[in-house]
Structure formats: structure tokens, C-alpha cells
Ligand binder design. Structure first.
Ligand SMILES: Cc1ncc(COP(=O)(O)O)c(C=O)c1O
Length: 429
């Protein structure tokens, strides 16, 4: 492709290439809006469960069908779904859960809110996905689970993780919050582990307003999770186990879904695969346009790894470029391409996990961490650090054909690359 010729950088007062416009997101169809309006007109504001709300039954059945018949419990958020997945699997006080240091905090706070202890593995330095090879050495007699995150919509290597779990009799939870529709060897994420939690908040691939769901192949996990999700759990429903009846009460986290979000979920799901398909095509256009880049690359996926591209992550080769990722990032942002460094630092370095010198507002997990004796300040995650220092991440809501926007993105990157000498001098100023 023709590279843009070197012009003054917008960061240094030059003319920007121009803002990259992305389609209006989230887009709700007219039918969806009509259905939601009707609910409001009819005063159907609350869905107390399946027996009370046909909209929740419809949404859970649609999600269940999408996840090969796994049982679905709808929730008010992705965090709620993940925490209920852990609760349903009876992961609690003092149990260790091996997970990733490179994710959104809610993948970890769901563990902390159960009184369990996150133990951090390392990641692949290119994708930021949990590296299964780094899991076995962390297993102790207190380890109960592995929580894998399909970060940015990239599918984690679930067959490898499931094999480790099987060998050590651990359960597996998937966080598919950023990865609706992604798959690994033809199997959708969420369909590998003992349970999975998904976020359906308004910025996600399957966008409602604020909502989520868990899926599990185990009916007992579903029933137990329901006990904490909503008052009386799912005890009014057919098949609710008799032995759980004494525990169906209102000692709960009110994490139930609303009928409005149930309708949004049902309707949005109908177009999910088509939209993910466009995201993939657009990412491939960008990959092609950037094939001559000296410093920026997209992760290369195996033919059986199918990301959903909620966020598109790229890597900047700061060693060859001779400038920091942050300088490069500021320069491309100034040209009009909104990139970010999504994960600011490895999660174990976050202050709210350091019980040894914690001075913040009371956090419920501090006592559990102290009792376990874990010291996150000492943990080392070199690949995670590398990914954090290289990542150029962008929200990728290109769910319609957008080849010209991909070209413009590449033009911006080539313009900044053509001025790398200027940036080297500027950085040293
Ligand atoms: C990876 C991941 N896990 C969990 C969550 C939590 O989802 P929610 O915001 O719906 O609680 C998010 C949301 O941003 C996420 O990105």
C-alpha cells in the first residue's frame, strides 16, 4: 500500500490526519426499541425470575441455545455473573483461584468477594492471554479453581487449561465478558469450563444497558448460584432441589436481571454473529494495511483461534523504535486514532491487594488475604510487564464494513512511523 508521506506530527503542532469515525454503538433495532417501550408502557419494570417474567425465560433460553444447551442464569452485571459462578461452584473462604494478572479488575474482584484468594499466573507476551504453562507451578493443596479470561475477545487456550484442571481436580471458570462469539477449535468460549460469566453492559459485544449472565453445564451449580443472585433463588421453578429449600431466602446480592435488559439481550443476540463477522473482516483489512509497519503488529492467531475483537490489541516494538510506547501512543492519538493502554499495571501490583500496608477504605477481602499470608508485592510477571509496556489497544466497534476506516488507521500509524526520528529527539528533550 502507499504510505502517507512524512508531514509534521499533530503532536508537535502539525495537521492531524483526522478522527476515525466508528459506527454508532450500541445499535438497537426498531423492533427492540418497540419491545422495550411496550414494557415501560405496561409497567413491567421488575423481573423476579422465570416464573414472573416471560422476557427472562426468552433471554435465558436464547443464551442457552447459543451456548450449546448450557444452563443460563441471567444477572445484573458481568461481575455478578462471575461471582455467582464461583458461588455456584462453592468456591469461598481461603480457596485459591489461579488467574491472570492482565485483565479488567472485575475478573479478580469476583474472587475476592467470595473470600477466596487470587493467585496470579503469567500471560502470553503478545496476546496478554493467560499462559497455561505458568499455571502448574502455582498449584497448592488449597487451589480449587482456574479462572481464565478471554481478554479483548481473544480465546484463551481452553483445551490446555482444561487438561491441567482435570489432572489436578480443579474446576474452571471462564470470563467471557469481552468475548461473546469468540471460539477455539470451533467451540465457543463459555462452553469449556464448569461455569462462565459474561458481561452484557452497554459497551460490550452483546450490549444491553447493565447486565450479564452465567452459563454452566451443571444444573446444581445453576441452582446454588441462583440462591445468592435473587431472593428465594430459583426455588419457585420446577426441579429446584429439595435439599436447597431451607436456604432459599432473601440473604442475597440482588443481582437479578430486569425484563428490559432481557429483551435487549434476546434481540441483540440475534445480530451478534453477523457483527462479530464484520469485526473480524475489518481486523483482517487492518492487518493487511499494516503489513509494512516497522514497529506495530497485530497478534497472529492460529486458524482455529477466532477472536471476537471487542478490543483490538496491537503491540509496539519500543526496543526497535527507540521511543516508549507512551510517546508513540500520544502521537497517534493526536493524529485522530483513539488508542489506549488498557491494563495500566499487573493487577497484583494494585494497592488494594496489599494488606501489609493497606491504608485505604475498608475492603472486605483484606482479612482473607492477610490470613492466607499471600504477598503480591513480591510476585513477578515478566510477560505481563512486557505486554503492558507494548500494548496499543483500541475499542473496536467496527461491526459493519469499514475498510476505509482501517486504511485511515494505517495511514496514521505510517505517518507517525515516518517521523520516528523527530519523536526520538522530542522524547529526549
Ligand atoms: C474481562 C471483564 N470481566 C468482567 C467484567 C465485569 O462486567 P460488568 O461491568 O458487567 O460487571 C468486565 C467489564 O468491563 C470485563 O471486561
Amino acid at each position: 500500500m502507499k504510505k502517507s508521506t512524512s508531514k509534521d506530527l499533530a503532536l508537535l503542532g502539525g495537521q492531524p490526519v483526522g478522527k476515525i469515525e466508528s459506527p454508532h454503538f450500541p445499535l438497537f433495532t426498531d423492533r427492540t426499541i418497540k419491545r422495550v417501550s411496550k414494557l415501560l408502557i405496561d409497567g413491567k419494570a421488575v423481573g423476579l425470575g422465570r416464573s414472573h417474567s416471560p422476557e427472562i425465560v426468552e433471554a435465558e433460553e436464547a443464551v442457552s441455545a447459543y451456548h450449546s444447551g448450557r444452563h443460563c442464569l441471567s444477572t445484573s452485571s458481568g461481575h455478578g455473573a462471575l461471582q455467582m459462578a464461583l458461588a455456584g461452584l462453592e468456591i469461598g473462604s481461603g480457596d485459591e483461584v489461579i488467574t491472570t494478572p492482565y485483565t479488567w479488575g472485575a475478573s479478580i474482584s469476583c474472587i475476592l468477594h467470595q473470600g477466596a484468594i487470587p493467585v496470579f499466573a503469567d500471560v502470553d507476551p503478545v496476546t496478554g492471554l493467560i499462559d497455561p504453562k505458568t499455571i502448574p507451578s502455582l498449584i497448592t493443596k488449597r487451589t480449587r479453581a482456574i479462572l481464565a479470561v478471554h481478554i479483548f475477545g481473544q480465546p484463551a487456550n481452553m483445551p490446555a487449561i482444561m487438561a491441567i484442571a482435570k489432572k489436578h481436580k480443579l474446576v474452571v471458570i471462564e470470563d467471557g465478558s469481552q468475548a461473546h462469539g469468540a471460539s477455539f477449535k470451533g467451540k465457543r468460549v463459555g462452553n469449556f469450563g464448569d461455569a462462565a460469566g459474561f458481561s452484557c453492559m452497554g459497551g460490550k459485544l452483546l450490549a444491553t444497558t447493565e447486565a450479564g449472565y452465567l452459563v454452566t453445564p451443571k444444573k446444581d451449580v445453576y441452582w446454588k448460584a441462583s440462591l445468592l443472585c435473587q431472593h428465594m433463588g430459583r426455588s419457585p421453578d420446577k426441579g429446584f432441589p429439595k435439599e436447597l429449600l431451607p436456604y432459599a431466602d432473601s440473604l442475597v446480592y440482588t443481582y437479578r436481571m430486569t425484563p428490559i435488559n432481557a429483551v435487549l439481550l434476546t434481540e441483540q443476540l440475534k445480530k451478534l454473529d453477523r457483527e462479530v463477522d464484520h469485526r473480524r473482516r475489518n481486523a483482517e483489512h487492518l492487518r493487511k494495511y499494516l503489513s509494512e509497519s516497522h514497529y506495530v503488529s497485530l497478534p497472529v492467531y492460529k486458524s482455529y483461534e477466532k477472536p471476537a475483537y471487542h478490543i483490538l490489541t496491537m503491540n509496539f516494538d519500543h526496543a526497535s523504535a527507540g521511543i516508549s510506547r507512551d510517546t508513540f501512543l500520544e502521537a497517534i492519538k493526536a493524529e485522530g486514532l483513539m488508542v489506549m493502554a488498557y491494563v495500566p499495571s499487573p493487577i497484583p501490583s494494585w494497592h488494594r491487594l496489599h494488606w501489609q500496608n493497606y491504608k485505604g477504605p475498608k475492603a472486605v477481602w483484606i482479612e482473607a488475604l492477610k490470613k492466607s499470608g499471600i504477598d503480591y508485592r513480591k510476585s513477578k510477571h515478566p510477560n505481563c510487564e512486557h505486554k503492558i509496556a507494548s500494548a496499543l489497544d483500541m475499542s473496536f466497534n467496527f461491526y459493519k464494513p469499514a475498510k476505509s476506516s482501517m486504511k485511515k488507521m494505517a495511514d496514521i500509524i505510517y505517518k507517525v512511523e515516518a517521523n520516528i526520528d523527530v519523536l526520538r529527539r522530542w522524547e529526549k528533550r
